[in-house]
Design a protein around this ligand. Structure first.
Ligand SMILES: [Zn+2]
Ligand SMILES: [Zn+2]
Length: 346
């Protein structure tokens, strides 16, 4: 079968390989991949950043963790999933026995495996999903949308913990995660949603997803504009969601977060974040939260319901579709920031 693989970390990019079909173990599900989306972490594998050395356990490996497909074989001990079912993959594969797992936090498992990072993923024709990470979804959810349930889950949680109703929300960074954060804020009753990005195409997309105001930090001072736009809502943002991973943007956000506001960080960076703890956090009673992963399976149930009810429309976020053969073009587009969510249709 065809598989996009990272062969050597020294070699930039990926290669399209012909590899044997994987065999399902007792607790595995073999799926035919029908749709798989490129995530920011896949771009890190492409260039191979220092982060990859800490995450990836073996090379060559198959990346791709946001996917949806159809079951073609189930392991002997798998229960509740049968051939023909529609499956999406949860990236965080928990051990089931550590303290985190035993305390209803499998998404922060201490011995977590990551689909498409520490084990082979789904940029290929067929892939194995451990039973523990397989989410059976309704056949009414198209494959292209099913593969987006995984990246939708984190912005959904950000809006959920942010309790945005009748408040002002600022979403910083309008990649796919930011776009969904805008949409979920809007449908959760936010009074005003402000989208921030240096890419005008992505800002225009955010408008389609429900943003009321757009700010490009290359042209306007974000803090001042947010304060001007939110005076009647409480002088600053009640919820800031960072999906940019920029330490500078995060630092700036503390200046327009209103007293009692919540700051949810989804973007990832190793850069230091210089803060004044008194001014930025204590005096304004800022609530700062990091989110990593979906609540299993609570978040999935909620986002599936929104998709099925037609309350969230991911269509505008999907800007490109490619076959596995065109993987070079796909990653070129992804790295350029030209598009938003880019899918492989194997
Ligand atoms: Zn992802
Ligand atoms: Zn665990």
């Amino acid at each position: 079968m065809k598989a996009i693989m990272k062969i050597k970390k020294e070699r930039e990019g990926f290669e399209l390989c012909d590899v044997p079909m994987p065999c399902a173990g007792d607790r595995d599900i073999l799926i035919k991949v029908r749709s798989a989306a490129i995530c920011g972490s896949d771009l890190k594998f492409c260039k191979w950043t220092a982060w990859c050395d800490n995450v990836v356990k073996f090379l060559p490996f198959i990346p791709g963790h946001e996917l949806c497909g159809e079951v073609v074989e189930v392991g002997k001990k798998v229960k509740g999933i049968k051939v023909g079912d529609r499956i999406a993959a949860e990236t965080h594969i928990s051990c089931g026995v550590c303290w985190q797992c035993r305390h209803a936090r499998p998404h922060t498992c201490e011995r977590m495996e990551l689909f498409g990072h520490t084990i082979n993923g789904g940029f290929c024709e067929y892939t194995l999903i451990p039973e523990r990470a397989a989410r059976k979804i309704s056949n009414d959810i198209p494959f292209d949308y099913g593969c987006l349930l995984e990246p939708m889950g984190i912005p959904f949680r950000a809006v959920e913990v942010g309790e945005v109703a009748k408040d002002a929300v600022v979403v910083v960074g309008c990649g796919p995660i930011g776009q969904f954060a805008v949409a979920f804020s809007k449908i959760s009753g936010a009074e005003v949603v402000i989208a921030v990005d240096i890419n005008d195409k992505r800002l225009n997309l955010a408008k389609k997803m429900g943003a009321n105001y757009l700010i490009n930090p290359q042209r306007e001072a974000v803090a001042q504009k947010v304060k001007n736009l939110t005076t009647e809502y409480g002088r600053g943002a009640g919820l800031v969601i960072d999906a940019s991973g920029s330490a500078g943007a995060m630092k700036d956000a503390f200046s327009y977060l209103r007293p009692g506001g919540k700051f949810v960080i989804l973007g990832q960076t190793d850069a230091p974040l210089p803060l004044n703890p008194s001014l930025d956090i204590v005096f304004k009673e800022a609530q700062v939260t990091g989110l990593f992963g979906r609540k299993i399976w609570d978040t999935w149930e909620k986002t599936e319901k929104l998709l099925l009810a037609g309350k969230i429309d991911p269509a505008p976020v999907i800007t490109h579709r490619f076959s596995l053969d065109d993987f070079e073009k796909a990653f070129k587009v992804a790295l350029s920031g030209e598009g938003c969510k880019i899918l492989f249709i194997p």
